[in-house]
Ligand binder design. Structure first.
Ligand SMILES: NC(=O)c1ccc[n+]([C@@H]2O[C@H](COP(=O)([O-])OP(=O)(O)OC[C@H]3O[C@@H](n4cnc5c(N)ncnc54)[C@H](O)[C@@H]3O)[C@@H](O)[C@H]2O)c1
Length: 380
């Protein structure tokens, strides 16, 4: 491990904070990052809970005060793992205080807030301060391999992008209300939460922008109990779908849900071109399905490529071929990309500009759902 440290301050200690913590801990054990991450400080909503989490996860200090955290002299990076309504204030304050920022997706809950964050990030670059948005699925080896495969022209001219991200954890009407169902803290609900991943993957893999959308959002259970049993109304969508035009004429279809029975965490996508296609399912994260239409007709058919060879992205640092990786490894690759970019003095990808591009699509789908018509996606 190098001597030079990168001191991390994290906001939040829930689900995704645990995945990020594991990534900061693992990256130096598997790769050779140019800076050594140090788990300096954690902030949560409640001090006692933050202290307990810090002890359990290995953070050196804990508080209930993110505003002090982002101003600490002994912190270099702010890692935002808190609900979406907090992202803009924390990110902008951190960037202004000269801290690099890793912000979970979606970048913000509104297009205006995302624009402010992107502006702050652009100005911060002039002071050598970097920012990144956590589209972790880009960092799975099978997805990175698919990106290279498509960019190499192996599927020809793109025709179709078809994707779905389905879960079922809200299928019971008795499942209590949470911040993820409150538009104040979670914006456009599942469209923003799961949709952000799909929109980013579609734009990243195709190399195109979503230009126009027609969508609908749905709430199936309009009343849920709060955690302490009081009835409350649900407004944030539990499911959404939209048609999209990518670039001039690529057909896009998107579907997201938290109420699709049997789908625990099913992110499926297929990109088809004039000469081939690729398919991916996060429940089989080490595999990429590949169809090459240029083979002789009698040899054509979908092939399952096991993306665990040393020549595949990031694999050489892990295990021998066939010793599969999982969902959490993407976060290790994500923080590696951020550390390397900071050390090299360049912008990491995906930056806040990519987060803003995704937010523009979310905003357009929400507007389309309200008006019932096709909506053009706002550019920056
Ligand atoms: N990349 C992914 O696959 C993925 C998956 C899940 C969540 N997320 C994103 O991660 C973020 C957090 O989601 P989660 O599922 O971890 O939520 P969570 O409810 O498990 O955790 C939220 C955390 O935020 C903290 N928090 C809330 N208010 C705070 C405040 N005022 N000050 C300091 N801390 C505060 C809470 O203490 C808690 O630790 C969201 O942006 C979500 O969209 C990303």
């Amino acid at each position: 491990m190098p001597d030079a440290e990168l001191r991390i301050g994290m906001v939040g200690h829930g689900f995704i904070a645990r995945a990020h913590t594991a990534a900061w801990l693992t990256v130096g054990r598997t790769f050779a990052p140019p800076l050594r991450p140090r788990l300096t400080a954690l902030a949560g909503r409640r001090r006692d809970a933050a202290r307990e989490a810090a002890e359990r996860l290995g953070w050196e200090s804990a508080s209930d005060d993110w505003e002090s955290l982002v101003r600490r002299d002994d912190v270099d990076v702010i890692d935002i793992c808190a609900p979406g309504d907090l992202h803009p204030d924390i990110a902008i304050a951190a960037l202004e205080a000269g801290k690099h920022v890793l912000c979970e997706k979606p970048l913000a809950n509104t297009l205006d807030a995302a624009r402010s964050m992107e502006t702050a990030a652009r100005h911060a670059v002039e002071r050598g301060v970097r920012s990144m948005v956590g589209f972790n699925y880009r960092f799975l080896p099978a997805i990175a391999f698919a990106k290279a495969f498509i960019a190499d022209g192996r599927i020809g001219a793109l025709r179709h992008v078809r994707c779905a991200y389905l879960q079922d954890w809200l299928i019971e009407p008795t499942t209590p209300m949470s911040w993820k169902l409150d538009p104040v803290s979670a914006g456009d609900g599942v469209l923003a939460d799961l949709g952000a991943h799909l929109i980013d993957l579609a734009q990243y893999l195709s190399g195109m922008s979503i230009a126009e959308v027609s969508g609908r959002m749905h709430v199936f259970t309009t009343a849920r109990p709060t955690a302490d049993g009081r009835p409350t109304h649900v407004i944030a969508p539990e499911a959404a779908s939209f048609l999209a035009a990518l670039g001039d004429d690529v057909v896009g279809t998107f579907e997201v849900s938290r109420v699709a029975a049997g789908h625990r965490n099913s992110l499926v996508l297929e990109i088809a071109g004039s000469e081939g296609s690729v398919g991916f399912d996060v429940e089989r994260p080490n595999e990429l399905l590949v169809y090459d239409g240029r083979l002789a007709r009698e040899e054509q058919g979908e092939r399952r490529v096991l993306v665990t060879e040393p020549v595949h992205p990031w694999i050489e640092a892990w295990w021998p071929p066939g010793h599969v990786l999982g969902w959490e490894h993407a976060f290790t690759h994500e923080v590696l990309a951020l550390i390397e970019a900071i050390a090299d003095g360049r912008d990491p990808e995906p930056g806040f500009d990519e987060g803003l591009r995704v937010q523009g699509v979310i905003d357009a789908v929400a507007r389309s759902s309200r008006t019932g018509s096709w909506v053009t996606v706002a550019t920056a």
